[in-house]
Structure formats: C-alpha cells, structure tokens
Design a protein around this ligand. Structure first.
Ligand code: FUL
Length: 465
C-alpha cells in the first residue's frame, strides 16, 4: 500500500506492521469488502411446495410463467446486496442449467421450450447489473441413481467443470452440509449413508474451483475460505474471530457449533464466518409465508455485518419466477435503514489524538486510506476523536487493519460528559468491522479504548454516526 500523505517519511510508516497470525487472501479480502450478499433458492420445490425435494419430481413441474433474472438483480440492488448466489442444484438433484451430467435438468422442463438456462440468465443479469454472481451446487443429490457410489462423485465433479467454465467470473461457491439419508436415487427409494469427510473428494474439487475461479471464495462448515456461522438465523457471534484450526473439520461434519459461531482466537487459518438466513421462513417460496420486515433485516445486518461477518440474505422467487413485490419493498426499506444509519460520518476528517504516538498515521483513522498501530508490544491504546461540535451520536464503526491479522480482544467506547468519560459500549473482537449502536448521547469528544489485544492493535478506520 502507498504511504499515507500526512505520514512522516519513516520506514515504519510506509510498511504495514508484520502479520500477527493468519491473514486474509486476496479473494477473502474482496469478500470482506462486499459485506451484504444475496442468496436465491429456486427450483422444482418452488412448484411443489417442498423445502427438500425427494428427487422424483418430474422435470415438467418446473414452469415459471414470467421468469426475469433482471428483476431479481433489481431486487438485490434495491436491498443493497452486492452479489447473488444461486442454487444451481439443490438436494433434489434438478439442475437449473442444461447439463450433460444428468437428464434431470431444465432442458426436459417446459421452461423456454426446453432451451432455458437459469444459471446463464442470472449470470448475465448480475454482470449487467454490476453485482457479483455465485453458485450453490448441492453435494447431496436425492435424484441420482449412483449417489453413495463413485459414479455420482464423478458426475458431481463434472457438474462443477460446467459451472466453473461456462458462466464467467464467480465470486463465491457455496457447499452446504446436508448429507445422505433417504431419497429417490434413481427409483431405489432407500436410505444411503456416506462419510461426509471423504466421500465427495472435496480436496480435489476445491483445488479445481480455486484453479478455474481464483477470485471465488469457497464456503462450507469447514471452509476452505469461509465458514458457516453455525446457525441459519443470520446472527454472528458477539465474539467473532475470523480464524479456525482446520484439523479434523469437514463439511457437514462439524459438531461444535460454538466453534463455528465464535471462531478460534488461536486459529491457524483465516476463515471468517458468513451468516446465511432467508428473508422468509423457508428457503424456498411458499404461498402462505411472508417476508421479514425492513426493521428485522436491519437488526440482522447489525448482528452479522456489525459483528465482523457478512450477511447472506436469501431471496425466494415465486412461481412466476419473480421476487415477490412485498419482499422487494422490505428490501428497499432495509437499504434505507442502513443508509440512514450510516449516512453521516461525524468523525470524517476530524482530529485524532492517541495516548502514545504509535506507528502509521492516526489522522488516517478518520480520513481513510491508511492505518495506525500502537507501538510494538503495546496491547492497549486510547484513540480520541474530537467532533466538530457537541452533537448527538447514535453509532460507531471500528475497523482493524486485517491485512496484519486480527488482534483486538476487548474494547470500550466512551464519551465525555462534563469533565468525565462515560462508557457507552463495550465489545470484544473487532476484526474487519464492528458496528455498534450507541445509547443516545450528546458530546464533542469520543474515544475508543482498546483494553486487550493479542498483539499491538492496528486500526484502519473509525466512523461515528
Ligand atoms: C442447508 C440446506 O439443507 C437448506 O435447504 C438450504 O439450502 C440452506 C441454505 O442450506 O444446508
């Protein structure tokens, strides 16, 4: 990175402090930058009313009357979602693209006279709309006759060869953990158990994903790039380390939910949590269900993005093949709430006073484009921001410079009243960002106190709302 402009010309200023523990890869950094993602669950289930299709659904049921992927992208953008990840294949095995790997696919449906390709239409609409595109291709396949044997694994990997090479750049590939159990399996109608750690040959598949789509982060319970947060409610741990120790973890096989939720302060790889949740009760559209309200979505944003994670919000196209109007309205309301909350950064360009000189450029914390670190070996710091005048403040956003690793273990936010400092909030980890709503107060001086850290804190930005 370039040396911050107001930084004295010392070597310590231009070079970031040495990394503490694991640091994010380029694709993980890009993922951190987007913060809010969209998911799309759409397949035969939308037409049968199920959440998990059994695998015997006739292709003919897939018949959206007015499918328009541009409308999905417009809905995503109305909600501020920076990408859409599509269920190219869910557990029922029906493929939304014309694949050579199975006949159970969109080419045998009436959609667009058997010439349709929803993966291609959405990839194109995302590109046109300037948002990212990703895919979810379920490992578990309740349709495939060979499921549980090597034949299916070959077909599953071949599905990725198609998906990774035909649809342009992908930003994320999602591997869910649901596995085995009963299914139609080519008519066998039985229960088939597999070993989630070895059956799918994920190591080979993930290497191929990274080779063909170097910018795409790979998600599962066990990474390799992103970890499941351990719930489907859209809530990250209050304490949230972007690290895991990969030993003994496999997709679908992680039993220690708290480990997923909180990460590992001593983890050996950078593996941030992603918070998946549906805008409606189900992952697929069901006639009787209604979307969460804009206020509820705003609450989830605070509990996911605000805790240093990312929000992956699922949308449910209906039988027309459109995101329902009410959902679009809630999405737009959600975006208004986020934008309203973050509209004015009262700290922007304001003076910063630190308790010790430290390293880097303290002024960059309120200006952007730089970093400030406490002195090597210091594990506490106080950073004061002087606002323009006494004013009402409702929130704060604090960012660590995660290219140096994640360090902060505890912090407090304080404001000056009279001649005394009053604590407004206390937190544990910060990571890429920590966003807090503060109890309403009026003050001219605000400070962030880093109370404990694994190594000298390195901060990138503080915004005050
Ligand atoms: C889970 C699946 O079983 C659900 O149906 C849904 O797709 C969710 C996002 O992942 O593993």
């Amino acid at each position: 990175m370039a040396a911050p402009q107001s930084c004295p010309a010392t070597a310590a200023c231009s070079a970031l402090p040495a990394a503490h523990g694991p640091v994010p890869s380029a694709r993980q950094l890009a993922w951190h930058g987007r913060e809010v993602y969209g998911f799309v669950h759409f397949t035969v289930n939308t037409f049968t009313g199920k959440e998990w299709g059994y695998g015997d659904e006739p292709e003919s049921v897939f018949a959206p009357s007015a499918l328009d992927c541009r409308q999905w992208v417009a809905a995503a953008k109305a909600g501020g979602l920076g990408a859409l990840i599509l269920t190219a294949k869910h557990h029922d095995g029906f493929c939304l693209w014309p694949t050579a790997t199975t006949t159970h696919n969109i080419a045998r449906s009436p959609f667009r006279g058997g010439k349709g390709d929803v993966v291609g239409e959405l990839a194109e609409a995302c590109r046109e709309g300037g948002i990212g595109f990703g895919i979810y291709c379920s490992p578990w396949d309740r349709n495939h006759a060979e499921y549980g044997r090597d034949g299916y694994v070959a077909a599953y990997h071949a599905q990725f060869e198609e998906l990774l090479t035909r649809y342009g750049e992908l930003c994320e590939v999602w591997f869910d953990g649901a596995n085995g159990g009963d299914g139609w399996y080519g008519g066998a109608k039985e229960k088939r158990a597999i070993d989630p750690a070895s059956y799918y040959r994920f190591d080979r598949l993930w290497a191929r994903c990274h080779e063909l789509q170097p910018g795409a982060v790979l998600f599962s319970d066990a990474g390799p790039d992103l970890r499941w947060v351990g719930n489907e409610r859209g809530v990250a741990g209050f304490t949230n380390w972007c690290r895991q120790n990969p030993a003994g973890l496999a997709p679908g096989g992680v039993k220690d939910i708290a480990y997923l939720t909180h990460g590992d302060p001593a983890g050996t790889v950078w593996r941030p949590a992603e918070c998946d949740v549906s805008i409606r009760p189900g992952w697929f559209w069901h006639e009787q269900e209604r979307p969460k309200t804009a206020e509820q979505l705003f609450g989830l944003w605070q509990a996911s993005v605000g805790h240093g994670s990312a929000l992956l919000l699922n949308l449910t196209p209906d039988r027309r093949g459109l995101i329902p109007e009410q959902d679009v309205a809630e999405l737009a309301g959600f975006r208004r709430l986020v934008e309203g909350f973050t509209a004015t950064d009262r700290a922007a360009g304001r003076p910063v006073i630190t308790d010790a000189p430290g390293r880097g450029d303290a002024a960059a914390l309120t200006r952007g484009g730089g970093w400030w670190a406490a002195a090597e070996g210091a594990t506490t710091a106080t950073i004061e921001i002087q606002l323009e005048a006494e004013q009402a403040v409702t929130g704060i956003r604090i960012e660590e410079e995660i290219r140096c690793g994640q360090r902060v273990e505890a912090f407090a936010v304080e404001a000056e009243y009279g001649n005394a400092w009053t604590e407004l909030a206390r937190g544990t980890t910060i990571g890429p960002q920590r966003i807090l709503r503060l109890p309403p107060f009026v003050s001219r001086r605000l400070r962030v106190r880093i109370l404990a850290a694994q190594a000298a804190p390195v901060l990138r930005r503080i915004k005050v709302y």
